[in-house]
Ligand binder design. Structure first.
Ligand code: ZN
Length: 274
């Protein structure tokens, strides 16, 4: 963000010039502070044109982050729409979307990801980030995975994070972070940095990396259409295994979601500061 602030400050003179471009007369040039008239040594007169004081801060562009809460509450009742094939980002097709998993007690993944996204959003907005979500509620259908993947580029996002929880065997537990491998759209190094930062933040927050998939909490995947379709650095967090009793207890608990959200937001902000 410091880089953005520097660049915004650098363009301020250009903004001043553009504002007056249609005035019909040359734009007045305010005297630089260092060039303010000085009284001659033999007089006591004061400068008649004091250097202008800044009255408003320079405009600063807020960084944009795309959050993609996985699945949607209306998917299960709209199988035809959800199952229609869409581009998978590697020349094939995938179903538009899926219903997602749930805990054994029936807490649905779409509800978990929606709740988690709201918590991450609050934290990022408090830090000055503009957050765009791929869906506006938890009762609709889709969007399809290709559209979710493309949403970061459309929003002008610096990066995108997709939020999920897994539905693996009951004995499997732990979180992992997926990224596109082989890389697409030239975002490979930045996507891996983002995924690694998310993994590190979750581990530092006390969550255990999955031992049943990927390696050390990271999983390069060629088959996730949302990751393949993104033109901005993106990673997908599988926050835990909803079918595992220990993970489900954390995912179901609002305090557990707060802890996950804090780690995700911390990792995102760290990437934005790079
Ligand atoms: Zn999912």
């Amino acid at each position: 963000m410091r880089a953005l602030i520097r660049s915004a400050t650098a363009v301020l003179p250009l903004v001043v010039a553009l504002v007056c471009a249609g005035c019909g007369a040359p734009a007045p040039v305010p005297p630089p502070v260092d060039a303010a008239p000085r009284p001659a040594a033999t007089t006591r007169s004061l400068p008649t044109t004091p250097a202008p004081l800044p009255t408003t801060p320079a405009p600063v562009s807020r960084p944009v982050v795309l959050l993609d809460p996985g699945h949607n509450g209306g998917n299960a009742a709209n199988k035809a729409a959800v199952n229609r094939p869409v581009p998978d980002g590697r020349g094939g097709t995938k179903p538009c979307n899926t219903t997602g998993t749930s805990t054994n007690a029936g807490y649905a993944e779409h509800a978990f990801t929606w709740g988690l996204a709201g918590r991450v959003r609050s934290r990022l907005e408090a830090a000055g980030v503009r957050v765009v979500l791929t869906r506006s509620d938890d009762v609709g259908v889709g969007p399809c995975v290709d559209a979710r993947g493309a949403a970061g580029g459309r929003a002008g996002a610096a990066l995108a994070v997709s939020l999920h929880a897994d539905g693996a065997a009951a004995s499997a537990r732990g979180f992992h972070v997926a990224y596109a491998e082989p890389a697409v759209h030239g975002t490979g190094p930045a996507a891996l940095r983002l995924a690694t930062g998310l993994r590190d933040a979750l581990r530092s927050a006390g969550f255990a990396p999955a031992g049943y998939i990927g390696r050390d909490g990271l999983d390069g995947r060629p088959d996730l259409a949302g990751l393949n379709s993104s033109t901005v650095p993106t990673a997908l967090v599988e926050a835990g295994n909803m079918r595992n009793a220990g993970d489900a207890a954390v995912l179901t608990d609002p305090a557990g979601r707060d802890r996950i959200a804090a780690a995700v937001a911390e990792a995102v902000l760290a990437q934005l500061r790079r």
